[in-house]
Design a protein around this ligand. Structure first.
Ligand code: XUL
Ligand code: CO
Length: 440
């Protein structure tokens, strides 16, 4: 049975195509710096927004028209799996991602929840045998059910901690069974609302204990996926512990966990933390911690996680600049943690939204690669820091000096001459690259 019979196979047709159901810029076989686009981006569909999401918001009911909406319970879960593999194939995406609760209904009994999940995992496994699409990562939902209202691994209730451990244990087993490339930890309710009722030290220690147990269990069962922490500063919790990459990094270092984790960086989480997307990618990259990306975008007029499909070419260019400088994402990928707007309720919108996102990253990558090839910013930056290549600068870089010598040197300086940072000019050059890239 076909769930999306209105849409045929989506292929690359080039920028002049008028077919909305075609890629204009994303050409899976085209090379960027010697690598096929398909292998560079490793695009993934997020199961929750695409198949489970119903378009509800705090003020309104579901709006999404979905071909499987006539089903409920486990029948709905099974229909969604069938529909998802049809979607993956038609979109020609190499990966997908899910939370346990996206694929199967969660009940109040953990045993029953596990049974539901196991049954659906079995069906996914069958589909994976013949599908080109693989699992980029899975994770456990430890934020929706009321039991998580005070957190999961950072809950003041030890029974909740135990329950969370059982869910992640199961998640790692599923990851192994389905060949997941990564396992994601997003601490939606790992944080606090008020210090008046919170033992922050105990909660952070417990979070670290939890992660160490996860590392141990993955080793025990031979799950070799990369562990990823997905930072977010707030929402749903007022203050989340994995605020941003820098905060996450210091946590991992403090607790001896750094070697076992990388980061899954989400654009909209970066902006909620008061950073740009590329800032978070850069912090992770320079520390060798850039693992994967949740590709989406926020809205500057709205202060929450809107999870829009990424269409801002300026942002995709600067993100791809970091990813290309990182030599790609390794086992990670670009997961569209993005949802169609409430008003884009047709099933066809799911295709159009992914096409928009994939094309936007393809444009961004092409522009970024040209900027890298021409060393536009590299040359400028090299020159900007050239004072560290010789004389006192080189001594500083090589650790050959101290405050005594630097004081002597400073006392001998006649007049300091600084150079302009030329920010506006660099932005104009970036604009030119963006415009020129598709002029032909
Ligand atoms: C929520 C979010 C999650 C994680 C996985 O903001 O990004 O969907 O990606 O739990
Ligand atoms: Co995310």
């Amino acid at each position: 049975m076909s769930y999306f019979s209105n849409v045929k196979q989506v292929t690359y047709e080039g920028p002049n195509s008028t077919n909305p159901f075609s890629f204009k810029y994303y050409n899976p076989d085209e090379l960027i710096n010697g690598e096929k686009m398909e292998e560079l981006f490793r695009f993934a569909v997020s199961y929750w927004h695409t198949f489970t999401g119903e378009g509800t918001d705090p003020f309104g009911q579901s709006t999404m028209v979905r071909p499987y909406n006539k089903f409920s319970g486990m029948d709905l879960a099974k229909a969604r799996v069938e529909a998802s593999f049809e979607f993956f194939e038609k979109m020609n995406v190499p990966y997908f991602c899910f939370h346990d609760s996206d694929i199967a209904p969660e009940s109040n009994s953990l045993r029953e929840t596990f049974q539901n999940v196991d049954e659906i995992v079995g069906i996914i496994k069958e589909n994976l045998k013949t599908s080109k699409t693989k699992l980029l990562w899975n994770t456990a939902n430890m934020f929706s059910h009321p039991r998580w209202l005070n957190g999961a691994a950072t809950s003041p209730n030890a029974e909740v901690f135990a329950y969370a451990a059982a869910k992640v244990k199961k998640g790692l087993e599923i990851g192994k069974e389905l060949g997941a490339q990564n396992y994601v930890f997003w601490g939606g309710r790992e944080g606090y609302e008020t210090l008046l009722n919170t033992d922050m030290k105990l909660e952070l220690d417990n979070l670290a204990r939890f992660f160490h147990m996860a590392v141990d269990y993955a080793k025990e069962i031979g799950f070799d996926g990369q562990f990823l922490i997905e930072p977010k500063p707030k929402e749903p919790t007022k203050h989340q512990y994995d605020f941003d990459v820098a905060t996450g990094l210091s946590f991992l270092q403090n607790y001896g966990l750094k070697d076992y984790f990388k980061f899954n960086i989400e654009a909209n989480h970066a902006t909620l933390a008061g950073h740009t997307f590329e800032h978070e990618l850069r912090v992770a990259r320079i520390h060798g911690m850039l693992g994967s990306v949740d590709a989406n975008q926020g809205d500057t007029l709205l202060g929450w996680d809107t999870d829009e499909f990424p269409t801002d070419l300026y942002s995709t260019t600067l993100a791809m600049y970091e990813i290309l400088k990182n030599d790609g994402l390794g086992r990670g990928g670009l997961n569209f943690d993005a949802k169609v707007r409430r008003g884009s309720f047709d099933p066809e919108d799911l295709f159009l939204a992914h096409i928009a996102g994939m094309d936007s990253f393809a444009v961004g990558a092409k522009v970024a690669q040209r900027l890298i090839d021409d060393k536009v910013f590299d040359h400028f930056i090299e020159d900007r820091y050239s004072s560290y290549k010789e004389g006192i600068g080189l001594d500083i870089m090589e650790g050959k000096t101290n405050f005594h010598q630097l004081e002597q040197y400073a006392l001998g300086i006649d007049k300091i001459e600084n150079k302009s940072g030329r920010q506006e000019n660099l932005k104009a050059i970036l604009n030119k690259y963006l415009i020129d890239a598709y002029r032909g």
